[in-house]
Ligand binder design. Structure first.
Ligand SMILES: *[C@@H]1O[C@H](CO)[C@@H](O)[C@H](O)[C@H]1NC(C)=O
Ligand SMILES: *[C@@H]1O[C@H](CO)[C@@H](O)[C@H](O)[C@H]1NC(C)=O
Ligand SMILES: *[C@@H]1O[C@H](CO)[C@@H](O)[C@H](O)[C@H]1NC(C)=O
Ligand SMILES: *[C@@H]1O[C@H](CO)[C@@H](O)[C@H](O)[C@H]1NC(C)=O
Ligand SMILES: *[C@@H]1O[C@H](CO)[C@@H](O)[C@H](O)[C@H]1NC(C)=O
Ligand SMILES: *[C@@H]1O[C@H](CO)[C@@H](O)[C@H](O)[C@H]1NC(C)=O
Ligand SMILES: *[C@@H]1O[C@H](CO)[C@@H](O)[C@H](O)[C@H]1NC(C)=O
Ligand SMILES: *[C@@H]1O[C@H](CO)[C@@H](O)[C@H](O)[C@H]1NC(C)=O
Ligand SMILES: *[C@@H]1O[C@H](CO)[C@@H](O)[C@H](O)[C@H]1NC(C)=O
Length: 422
């Protein structure tokens, strides 16, 4: 019986295209939030610079306040009636952002370079649901597409006490390192439809970073349009996108390092990488992959000695076998050997280990062939299944409580049958 590994993970051209979801054209006429520049708008506004301590940046951002990788965000508290944000020149043209007030459902709007957008007014849903009216409200904004980003130029507020308030970070932290499968490529809302988002946001009360980019390999070298593999790129602030090349160039020495010491260590690191290494389009050998995996885990462990590391097995798509289907498995032995390398000699007779920090997450049996879309990536349902299993795995393995107990995580998944009578 032979299972043909189906290729997953890509880079893509960002040419505009019609996107179908469940056979229907996906609407993309999101309400505009653009307003004229605050300076000509109204003098009663208070403007905060992007480095203001009240502003919390989520994921990887650089010293120019430019966002990188998948689903980076900005979050802050405010006591005001209106909140606007100005975006700098390094903001991608028309990038779709999700934003929300408090625990309201996500809203979507396109933003662009050199523009100011009004995100909160008294008519924003949820604005009046808190009492007294002076209570601190929270605005959170997330970039939905991995290849695009925003640059925060300043935040403006007016009305009420007109002040920003620092929202303390959660104490739980996680990191997810991956490729297109983890960046959410081809999912309905991309980064915020991915299993990574479903897992990390869905656990609740977790600060997290999704260092995933389509087409990237683990092994150092070029894979598709990515000039570097994750062993090198994960140590950097930016991802491997064209906009990163424009700003920082291709020489690793010129690309700024992520300042690990300046940010909290991840309690748990999840890695799902190798589907691109396991593709004949790229020239990565099994030995090269194995050695690079050990290298990456050592890099993580050096910087975050307490981090528990979960290694996800590669499902690599599904193939027809006879008159049914069977899941593939990229680098099946190599990944298990990496886990054994770190746990060797430490396992007791029941396969348990108290000093081990590398865990194998077996994906076999979670997805079925219909959970993979025509472009080889999980459907939204496939992403939700993966996220749910990982959440439960983390709960059972590390005793983490599921703390997101109400606010929406995945957006646009609310469809249902209300036909009661047949
Ligand atoms: C300026 O904006 C504030 C808050 O929206 C509003 O209360 C005030 O009336 C505005 N002033 C002018 C001159 O438009
Ligand atoms: C944004 O403004 C800068 C000047 O500050 C200009 O160089 C750049 O072309 C503008 N970008 C867009 C997309 O208008
Ligand atoms: C808004 O973003 C979506 C998703 O990227 C895109 O399809 C749409 O064309 C954008 N709209 C505008 C006006 O930029
Ligand atoms: C909230 O209250 C203000 C003032 O009464 C009103 O103008 C606004 O429409 C209300 N917002 C909503 C969403 O009901
Ligand atoms: C809101 O805050 C302002 C300024 O601090 C204060 O004057 C006002 O009484 C407060 N209103 C309420 C309802 O607490
Ligand atoms: C892989 O190796 C082949 C043969 O050496 C070469 O032609 C090809 O360009 C290489 N591909 C990449 C992505 O490096
Ligand atoms: C991908 O992984 C499978 C399973 O370990 C292996 O049989 C195959 O040779 C690998 N292919 C490439 C191109 O690395
Ligand atoms: C585990 O350790 C033994 C003894 O040191 C060694 O022979 C073996 O190769 C190791 N296995 C792995 C998977 O590293
Ligand atoms: C992964 O799960 C499948 C299906 O339950 C099982 O057959 C396989 O042995 C598991 N692999 C490992 C390494 O535990």
């Amino acid at each position: 019986m032979k299972v043909y590994g189906v290729v997953a993970a890509f880079w893509l051209s960002l040419a505009s295209a019609t996107i179908l979801q469940n056979g229907q054209v996906r609407p993309n006429d999101y309400p505009s939030t653009a307003i004229s520049a605050i300076s000509s708008y109204n003098s009663s506004w208070h403007t905060y610079s992007p480095g203001s301590p009240e502003l919390s940046y989520k994921g990887r951002w650089d010293h120019k306040y430019i966002s990188w990788w998948s689903a980076p965000g900005l979050k802050f508290g405010f006591q005001a009636d209106q909140v606007a944000i100005s975006f700098g020149k390094y903001t991608s043209d028309g990038v779709l952002v999700a934003y929300r007030l408090g625990g309201q459902d996500w809203m979507l709007t396109n933003v662009t370079a050199n523009s100011t957008h009004l995100f909160v007014t008294p008519s924003t849903t949820g604005y009046n649901l808190t009492t007294p009216t002076n209570v601190t409200q929270t605005l959170e904004l997330r970039v939905t597409n991995w290849a695009y980003g925003v640059q925060i130029q300043c935040v403006h507020i007016s009305g009420g006490a007109a002040k920003l308030v620092k929202i303390p970070d959660y104490t739980r932290t996680m990191e997810l390192i991956g490729d297109s499968l983890s960046a959410g490529q081809y999912a309905t809302l991309e980064g915020i439809s991915s299993y990574s988002w479903g897992l990390l946001y869905g656990l609740g009360n977790v600060e997290f970073s999704i260092t995933a980019y389509p087409g990237i390999c683990l092994h150092e070298g070029r894979c598709y349009s990515n000039l570097h593999g994750q062993t090198a790129q994960w140590l950097k602030i930016p991802d491997t996108s064209g906009r990163a090349l424009d700003i920082y160039g291709s020489d690793l020495a010129d690309i700024p390092n992520w300042d690990f010491a300046a940010h909290p260590a991840a309690d748990i690191t999840v890695i799902n990488i190798g589907t691109n290494d396991n593709n004949t389009a790229n020239n990565v050998t099994a030995t090269g992959y194995y050695n690079s995996y050990i290298q990456l885990i050592n890099e993580i462990h050096t910087r975050w000695p307490q981090s528990q590391i979960i290694v996800i097995s590669l499902w690599s798509g599904f193939s027809q076998v006879g008159n049914t289907w069977q899941q593939g498995a990229g680098f099946l032995d190599e990944i298990q050997n990496v886990v054994k390398y770190f746990n060797n000699g430490s396992l007791n007779g029941r396969g348990e280990c108290s000093s081990c920090f590398v865990y194998y997450f077996n994906t076999t049996g979670i997805l079925e062939h219909s959970d993979i879309g025509p472009l080889y990536h999980p459907t939204d349902v496939g992403h939700v299944k993966l996220a749910s299993h990982l959440m439960q795995y983390i709960k059972l393995t590390f005793g983490w409580i599921l703390e997101q107990t109400g606010p929406e995580v995945q957006h646009d998944t609310l469809y249902w049958n209300d036909e009661a009578d047949y």
